[in-house]
Design a protein around this ligand. Structure first.
Ligand SMILES: CC(C)(COP(=O)(O)OP(=O)(O)OC[C@H]1O[C@@H](n2cnc3c(N)ncnc32)[C@H](O)[C@@H]1OP(=O)(O)O)[C@@H](O)C(=O)NCCC(=O)NCCS
Length: 238
């Protein structure tokens, strides 16, 4: 797999600050939103949905999934509206061929989103970026998916680890964040992507992806993947 990636294995322990509506794209800005604590707010903003989005909402069966869809759709519009300096309802999106959303006719504002359990998270940057969050699920039959999606070195590392489930979910989010930054989502040969390899030994002229991981509340791994390594990363609670 021909991807140039620098993985930062030192995890970030973010200081999540209240979002002050400072949409500074010289920074990489990461947002988190706790869905269950904000259901009244989410339902109160249902009116921001387009006709098509309302129809999609009506087709979702589980209450929890409805709230996640609503929160994601509303916040995507609000946050993109901040960055563009326009009303949330007027933000238009388009998808790439793999369904990654972007702001229509806008190449300078990049974002990505992910949700797991109670958390919805976003990353915004002036360059392409990806984000993935997964709740560590000790009951998940992780050995059954290792061969298909993980490199033999990663499998060895996970199996020898003292906390194999935790390492599995961490590496999973790293790989997903890379796929989501690339915009492909799925990749057939994911088991050829070796996150343990020393990707830093690259020719000088390459523009690699960078990843960083963080543990949220001790049970969610979240990884971000981005291009502009010199940019400050800021973390906001919505
Ligand atoms: C898009 C994909 C990455 C979704 O992953 P997921 O974990 O189910 O969902 P997440 O919550 O992380 O992300 C969903 C968001 O990703 C965004 N998204 C959709 N397609 C995307 C794509 N191709 N690239 C990047 N982002 C995408 C959307 O904004 C979506 O949220 P929304 O529908 O509320 O707008 C999907 O292609 C997938 O299931 N990939 C699996 C790849 C795999 O096999 N991984 C093995 C483990 S390493």
């Amino acid at each position: 797999m021909n991807l140039h990636i620098i993985i930062d294995w030192k995890d970030i322990d973010p200081n999540w600050k209240k979002f002050g509506k400072k949409n500074d794209l010289d920074e990489i800005q990461v947002f988190r939103f706790r869905i269950s604590k904000n259901t009244d707010w989410i339902l109160g903003n249902k009116g921001m949905l387009s006709q098509k989005e309302s129809e999609k909402l009506a087709r979702i069966v589980r209450e929890e999934d409805k709230n996640t869809f609503l929160a994601s759709t509303i916040l995507k519009k609000i946050l993109c509206g901040y960055y563009l300096g326009c009303e949330p309802q007027s933000v238009e999106f388009e998808m790439n061929e793999f369904q990654k959303p972007k702001i229509k006719n806008q190449e300078n504002i990049h974002f990505n989103t992910s949700h797991s359990g109670d958390w919805l998270i976003f990353i915004f940057s002036s360059n392409p970026c990806g984000i993935d969050i997964e709740k560590i699920n000790p009951d998940f039959d992780y050995p059954s998916v290792l061969k298909m999606s993980f490199h033999p070195d990663e499998i060895d590392f996970i199996q020898k680890s003292k906390q194999p489930e935790e390492q599995f979910f961490k590496i999973w989010t790293i790989k997903e964040s890379i796929l989501k930054a690339e915009g492909t989502g799925l990749m057939d040969n994911l088991n050829e992507l070796n996150t343990l390899q020393d990707f830093a030994k690259l020719p000088d002229n390459t523009d690699p992806w960078h990843t960083k991981s963080m543990l949220i509340e001790g049970v969610y791994w979240c990884s971000v993947c981005f291009k502009n390594a010199s940019a400050k990363m800021k973390f906001f609670e919505i």
